[in-house]
Design a protein around this ligand. Structure first.
Ligand SMILES: *[C@@H]1O[C@H](CO)[C@@H](O)[C@H](O)[C@H]1NC(C)=O
Length: 163
């Protein structure tokens, strides 16, 4: 509930700033940046700049076909996103800017994903195949976690233990 309310506020602010086609808003726990997909780009802004009159936005990943879900691993400086027209899950190293396709076979529409940096795993939901999958963050050791009672999933959150 809290998360949904927060997202609505951020979405309204971004709308007010002229960003209309927004997806995959992600806020990072150990970073003050807000990442989101605006049309065909992943953009980033400092959270505390949003209440200023002239917030600045940086394009992190340009030229995405149909970016849909994102997650950011601040600890390792990596951003992950799904593309529902290229049918891929991709990642970019924020330091070297190197982009890699990590999942491209047997993939439907991925509307949400979550990266767990501690275990080096990425989880995602597949709307078409109706399942939740997991793989190493480089795309290896991919496996299906849940297929039973998963009807066109669009949202996924990981609960991480403290300390
Ligand atoms: C990202 O790129 C930098 C510079 O090439 C490299 O030192 C770092 O290990 C890379 N990060 C990951 C998580 O691969």
């Amino acid at each position: 509930m809290k998360l949904i309310a927060y997202r609505m506020v951020v979405t309204l602010i971004l709308h007010a700033l002229g960003f209309w086609d927004i997806r995959g808003i992600r806020c990072c726990q150990t970073d003050t940046s807000l990442y989101f997909i605006d049309d065909h780009n992943i953009k980033c802004t400092a959270l505390d700049s949003l209440d200023q009159s002239n917030p600045t936005f940086q394009t992190v990943v340009p030229n995405i076909v149909e970016g849909t879900a994102i997650d950011v691993d601040v600890r390792n400086g990596m951003v992950y996103w799904s593309d529902t027209q290229a049918w891929t899950i991709n990642r970019m190293n924020l330091t070297s800017r190197e982009v890699k396709v990590i999942i491209k076979e047997n993939i439907g529409e991925v509307y949400s994903m979550a990266v767990e940096w501690e275990s080096g795993l990425i989880y995602w939901t597949d709307f078409i195949y109706e399942r939740i999958e997991v793989a190493n963050v480089d795309g290896s050791s991919r496996r299906t976690l849940v297929t039973q009672n998963v009807k066109s999933p669009v949202e996924l959150q990981l609960i991480q233990k403290m300390g």
